[in-house]
Design a protein around this ligand. Structure first.
Ligand code: MV4
Length: 502
């Protein structure tokens, strides 16, 4: 049985994973880069070890140093979180070699789903409907032309090693085909070291709906219903909700069954997500599988009442699932907003810098998963996600009203964030009505990007004026103190002895 877990990640997800470990009485080990010495995940863990310089490649992506820390610290399991090494099949492989439990699926499952052409072949064989297109990689321009003649325009050229929108080309007319085929191939080679591409029929204005699944070593697979993830910007999700406003009970049951079959087809073990693309006629197609815990997992946890990290650990221990499909229900409605340190007025440029003031919203029906504190410097090396706000309500309306209230309460100064942008989304009619697809942000850019001249934003201006006035007053009494002083360092001092330099 797992006693000590190394969390091979940083930020909010590292803390999220360690919280469940703590509840289970497991000892936690953090790893950190030189840029993360003062990160909260380092302070939260029972032990912490430096694994290298700030760039991910030399720290959070360095399998050698992470395995070495696991061995030295006596951790018997590694949780990869999301991003970084979570979907690299070499990581579970190396863990197994070192006799360490990888809390996640096998290298085989990750590799099969990671290569989109192989995934499409495997899904087709298992009877899971994929987007019409090729189940082999296209190498010749002549082949591309033949396929397009067969399935018809528009099509998408996608990199087999891609996923999540990387290395995609939309082809609307024949003149562009050869050019896009070439550029897609060279971009894929550049980004992934693999120039395999395949072609899919383009689905106009789709919905992105995904199903959470859990699978154990004994062949049990269950789904924990869907998440609606259509509100995205450049393939980065912004808001997720469950249940999906588009879903019907019948469709949910059918897609849930298909999602379980998809997971079974790769002998899946652990928590995973099956992504579907759904058109307005409610026709759905398998898009890809994410073989990890996802950023948006908390909305499922809230509505289904399951701690997904605890389930992952239980499965990694080889225990059978005790949750039964027929006992699972969706209770109420949950929404998640991702809070990013980025500037919506300047093309969402990341905003690394020091958090000067932060007021976190809580209260009935609100969950906050974050990792920053006053005086903390957001490093420039990683994803600019600061936190996730999750609201729950008996109805969609109540959940939405709570989210609007929570966003109103949420104050961050020092770095620009997308909070105002999210507040605007809460008032867009299409969002209020739950009638939106993946074009939502594009379709509503006028309201989303033109600052309002009245209402809550005026109130905020007044608050900012008061705050500046207040700061000026206290500055006269006492010079501003930052970073070092506002954040207590006592735990760091005690830890210096256990900090390992590799
Ligand atoms: C598509 C598509 C339409 N037709 N494939 C974007 C992310 C990657 N996972 C796949 N993506 C898409 N693939 C076909 N055949 C439209 C998208 C897409 C999209 C998908 C989900 C959520 C948001 C999106 C935004 C733009 C395009």
């Amino acid at each position: 049985m797992i006693k000590k877990v190394l969390v091979a990640n940083r930020g909010e997800i590292a803390i999220r994973v360690m919280r469940s470990c703590r509840e289970l009485g497991l000892i936690t080990v953090a790893v950190f880069s030189e840029a993360d010495r003062k990160s909260l995940h380092v302070r939260y863990a029972d032990e912490a070890y430096c694994i290298g310089p700030p760039p991910s490649r030399e720290s959070y992506l360095n399998i050698d140093s992470i395995i070495e820390v696991a061995k030295k610290s006596g951790a018997d399991a590694i949780h990869p979180g999301y991003g970084f090494l979570s979907e690299n099949p070499k990581f579970p492989e190396r863990c197994v070699e070192a006799g360490i439990i990888f809390i996640g699926p096998s290298a085989y499952s990750i590799a099969t789903m990671g290569d989109k052409v192989t995934a499409r072949q495997t899904m087709t064989k298992a009877g899971v409907l994929v987007v019409p297109g090729t189940t082999y990689s296209i190498t010749e321009e002549k082949q591309a032309v033949e396929v397009v003649n067969e399935i018809g325009l528009p099509v998408m050229i996608k990199a087999s090693a891609g996923g999540g929108g990387k290395g995609m080309r939309l082809v609307r007319n024949n003149n562009d085909l050869i050019h896009y085929f070439r550029t897609a191939k060279s971009e894929a080679l550049n980004a992934f070291g693999d120039d395999s591409v395949y072609i899919e029929k383009y689905i106009e204005s789709p919905h992105h709906i995904e199903f959470q699944i859990l699978a154990d070593r004994h062949g049990n697979v269950i789904h924990l219903f869907e998440r609606e993830c259509s509100i995205q910007r450049r393939h980065q999700k912004v808001i997720e909700e469950t249940p999906s406003p588009l879903m019907t009970p019948l469709l949910r049951e059918e897609m849930g069954r298909v999602a379980c079959a998809a997971a079974k087809a790769v002998n899946y073990e652990g928590a995973g997500t099956i992504e579907f693309i759904v058109n307005d006629n409610l026709e759905y197609y398998f898009l890809e599988m994410n073989t990890r815990l996802q950023v948006e997992h908390p909305i499922t946890e809230r509505v289904v009442g399951v701690d997904l990290v605890k389930e992952q650990i239980k499965i990694a221990n080889g225990l059978p699932l005790t949750l039964k499909q027929e006992n699972l229900r969706q209770d109420g409605h949950a929404i998640q907003c991702r809070i990013y340190a980025e500037d919506p007025d300047h093309d969402f440029m990341p905003q690394p810098g020091i958090i000067r003031q932060i007021t976190v919203p809580l209260g009935l029906g609100v969950r906050y998963d974050g990792y920053v504190y006053e005086g903390y410097e957001i490093p420039m090396y990683y994803d600019p996600l600061i936190s996730k706000l999750i609201s729950w309500g008996k109805t969609r309306r109540e959940s939405l009203d709570r989210m609007r209230r929570a966003l109103y309460e949420y104050k961050i100064t020092g770095v620009k964030t997308n909070i105002k942008f999210l507040e605007r989304i809460m008032d867009v009619p299409a969002f209020l009505e739950g009638k939106y697809n993946t074009n939502f942000i594009e379709n509503n850019k006028e309201v989303l990007f033109t600052p309002k001249k009245c209402g809550t934003e005026c109130e905020d201006m007044a608050m900012i004026a008061c705050f500046i006035d207040y700061l000026e007053k206290i500055e006269k009494v006492q010079p501003q103190k930052f970073t070092e002083d506002l954040a207590s360092n006592w735990k760091d001092f005690g830890r210096k002895r256990s900090v390992l330099r590799l």
